[in-house]
Design a protein. Structure first.
Length: 279
């Protein structure tokens, strides 16, 4: 058995690496797209130290021309490029697969799979660094004899953090509490309507009678449920809740009618005709 790296020629490995697609629908790559260059240095601009401090405007007399202000200055920063790389030791895995009787074509597929995983790991690390820049405005690297600190000068007040106070958490909970409860109401009565209308449809209740009977039963149940709440301390009946429940009921009945009608026309009616012909 030849060495595993000798199974694939250099030109084939190069062609595979060039044609292997590493494009992923990542947000970081949308904001900071990859750009190929032949330079060993990269440049970027950032706000000069203290440029984001407020400045005082000048006082003017009436009907005098305003003084021209100044924009924050930018400074150019030059950094040396670095590599994102990784390798996999093939020899030990080769011995293991050879002992298990893997043929030459299987070993080639194994090598190509490793190449694809290595390429994906590079893309993942690049996306991670882009996301760090987007969230903090900084990129800090301290590994493998490389120490780098890139600061884009984003003001601290522009950072987005998840360190919410108790009052902020309660505020956001209150904002989503009402729509979530109403959506749950609608979903419950949607499922109830499906459970009631489907057996009725199977036993021949169709057309206008299905929403009348199934819908009437479910809406009546919703009204009784609201009436029952008038006997519970701290709660009371709500016409709005009955209306929201009714929307779920209507959606459930219409869905049963639609899918059952499609099933009759496309599956059961042709089967019935075929059975009559054969009989």
């Amino acid at each position: 058995m030849p060495e595993i790296l000798e199974l694939i020629k250099n030109k084939d490995r190069l062609a595979y690496s060039r044609n292997y697609s590493v494009k992923r629908p990542y947000k970081g790559n949308t904001t900071f797209p990859d750009v190929k260059t032949q330079h060993l240095e990269a440049e970027y601009f950032r706000l000069s130290q203290g440029s984001n401090l407020p400045t005082a405007a000048m006082v003017h007399a009436l009907d005098t021309e305003a003084a021209i202000g100044t924009r924050p200055t930018l400074e150019k920063v030059t950094v040396e490029k670095f590599f994102i790389k990784e390798k996999i030791n093939q020899s030990e895995k080769t011995q293991m697969y050879e002992k298990n009787g893997v043929d030459e074509s299987g070993l080639k597929s194994f090598i190509y799979d490793d190449m694809g995983r290595l390429a994906d790991s590079v893309v993942t690390r690049a996306e991670l660094m882009k996301q760090c820049v987007m969230s903090t405005g900084k990129l800090i690297i301290n590994e493998n004899k490389l120490s780098m600190n890139i600061d884009l000068g984003v003001p601290t007040e522009n950072y987005v953090t998840a360190d919410w106070s108790g009052s902020e958490i309660r505020h956001y909970i209150e904002q989503i509490h009402y729509p979530v409860r109403k959506l749950a109401h609608m979903t419950e009565y949607f499922l109830l309507a499906v459970s009631v209308s489907f057996p009725l449809y199977v036993y021949g209740v169709r057309g206008l009678w299905l929403p009348i009977l199934a819908g009437g039963f479910c809406v009546g149940f919703a009204a009784l449920d609201e009436y029952h709440q008038s006997f519970v301390a701290g709660r009371g009946p709500s016409r709005k809740d009955v209306a929201i429940d009714s929307i779920g009921v209507l959606a459930g009945v219409l869905m049963v009618q639609f899918f059952c009608f499609i099933g009759r026309m496309t599956i059961f009616r042709p089967l019935a005709k075929k059975k009559r012909r054969s009989g």
